[in-house]
Write a protein that binds this ligand. Structure first.
Ligand SMILES: Nc1ncnc2c1ncn2[C@@H]1O[C@H](COP(=O)(O)OP(=O)(O)OP(=O)(O)O)[C@@H](O)[C@H]1O
Ligand SMILES: [Mg+2]
Length: 462
């Protein structure tokens, strides 16, 4: 018997018909399993192995093990597979770090064993490996983990940020969060507030890019009655509203230069004057800022004050884009799927291997928000237990055809309106089932109460 037959057909284990093919069992265990023939070429690769290494089964079949499970033991006598093949010695729970497809290291515990047939002839060897990340001492304690429950990551740089977050939060210094759009700056800003001594105080967000230049100053610092024609009474600014708490200034790079001067004064002396007022107010506010622009370029272009930059940049946290932390994609997929199942009252179990591969290979110019949107779209369209490629927004499949190589910019992210899509889906199902709500709910894979809720939300009338 060939070892490949043993794994691929798996229909006659020990001479009996196998009711559930072994490969289904093998594909559903958490440990990575790789089987090699006598020559050391890979003949079987389970789904956990795909997840841990980042390679698909198709990519690795027939290749030598050392091409795929790259460790510092490869090519040395200490290689567990060499030990097994050469000295017929099984190896158990050897801790090594493998480098995955995206050049990231993952700690794993490796075991190897020979595979023999009933006559004792060697068919090949099997190597199993367990992802040790979860088992490794987690950098935060139980209590902290709950504060971080919405920040999902397995990336070394992100973990190091989270590791220091409590100390940074307690320091009360201004923090500048930089990173591309959708990388989680806002999520991190809130976590900092919640970890700080100001957590019981207010948390106020101002999107500097969304407020017209003419209004931003009065929005931040407030105004006094009569300051301008429409100022009929005193109005507190966001600084006053954030008193004793945290003020998060998003898109700080968009702040007009005149307002930058005033902000600098608050940061230097802790004082400001509302528009049209003569009295000076003291501000007890912690400032967190965020930008997806490179502020140093803005300074060079004369659009951002250098002195303000050094005031807000006492601590800078640079959040890496998703394409530089691809190991987070499977974790985020699971995280969003759980949340979306709850939100949309669905019971989607997971993604098909092809759908998963598309998401693992995509470049994510829109970062985590883009992944979240793709899954939200898919959970609306998918009426079954498993998400398939056809449930993805069309632009993603077009992007796949063009297949950008890792590191290369992907095609622009085509936008889609989730609410509009959801309404369309709802109307389609209702029309198809002649407005029979029970049948429409069933077709949509949601309960009748959820359907009712949606009909009310979208104000659909039959
Ligand atoms: N590590 C993470 N774990 C779970 N969800 C995340 C993570 N990072 C970001 N998200 C989610 O992704 C979405 C985008 O994050 P967020 O709004 O914080 O990004 P941003 O950097 O502020 O983007 P922008 O620059 O466009 O304002 C949010 O729904 C957020 O909850
Ligand atoms: Mg944001």
């Amino acid at each position: 018997m060939k070892i490949r037959d043993c794994f691929e057909k798996a229909s006659s284990c020990m001479g009996k018909e196998c009711p559930a093919p072994c490969r289904m069992v093998l594909d559903n265990v958490a440990d990575g399993i790789v089987a090699m023939d006598k020559g050391g070429s890979i003949v079987w690769f389970n789904r956990a192995a795909e997840k841990i290494t980042g390679f698909s089964k198709e990519e690795v079949l027939g290749r030598p093990c050392s091409n795929v499970l790259q460790t510092d033991l490869c090519g040395t006598d200490a290689c567990p597979l060499q030990q097994t093949f050469r000295y017929h010695r099984n190896v158990a729970n050897l801790e090594v770090r493998i480098t995955n497809k995206w050049r990231r290291e993952t700690p794993v515990s490796v075991s190897t064993a020979l595979i023999k047939d009933n006559e004792g002839n060697i068919l090949g060897a099997v190597e199993t490996f367990r992802d040790l990340f979860m088992a490794e001492a987690h950098p935060f304690g139980i209590e902290e983990q709950s504060s971080f429950k919405n920040i999902v990551t397995n990336n070394t740089r992100m973990l190091s940020i989270l590791h220091h977050l409590r100390d940074l939060a307690l320091s009360d210094s201004p923090i500048l969060l930089s990173g591309e759009s959708g990388t989680g700056k806002e999520l991190l800003a809130r976590a900092i507030h919640e970890l700080s001594r100001r957590k019981r105080g207010p948390y106020v967000v101002v999107n500097c890019g969304a407020i017209p230049d003419t209004l931003i100053e009065s929005e931040l610092f407030g105004y006094r009655k009569g300051a301008f024609t429409d100022a009929r009474q005193n109005k507190p600014g966001r600084f006053a509203l954030a008193e004793g708490g945290t003020l998060f200034l998003d898109e700080i790079g968009d702040l007009p230069l005149e307002t930058q001067v005033k902000l600098l004064r608050v940061l230097q002396g802790g004082e400001y004057q509302p528009l049209g007022g003569t009295e000076t107010l003291r501000a007890d506010v912690r400032i967190i800022t965020a930008t997806n622009k490179v502020l140093l370029d803005q300074i060079k272009g004369g659009r951002f004050r250098e002195d303000l930059y050094y005031r807000i940049n006492v601590v800078q946290i640079d959040i890496p884009p998703l394409r530089q932390r691809r190991e987070d994609i499977p974790l985020l997929m699971r995280h969003f799927l759980e949340r979306l199942n709850l939100k949309r009252d669905k019971t989607i179990g997971g993604l098909s291997p092809e759908a998963e591969r598309i998401l693992l290979d995509h470049n994510y110019p829109g970062n985590i928000r883009e992944l979240e949107n793709i899954l939200e779209y898919a959970t609306i369209v998918c009426k079954r237990f498993q998400i398939e490629p056809r449930h993805f927004p069309p632009y993603l499949l077009q992007a796949k055809e063009k297949s950008p190589s890792p590191g290369e910019a992907a095609p622009p992210h085509a936008g889609f309106d989730m609410a509009e899509m959801e309404k369309e889906e709802l109307l389609k199902a209702l029309r198809t089932h002649r407005w029979n709500r029970q049948a429409a709910a069933k077709a949509l894979g949601i309960s009748r109460t959820t359907l009712w809720r949606k009909i009310r939300k979208f104000q659909i009338v039959s």
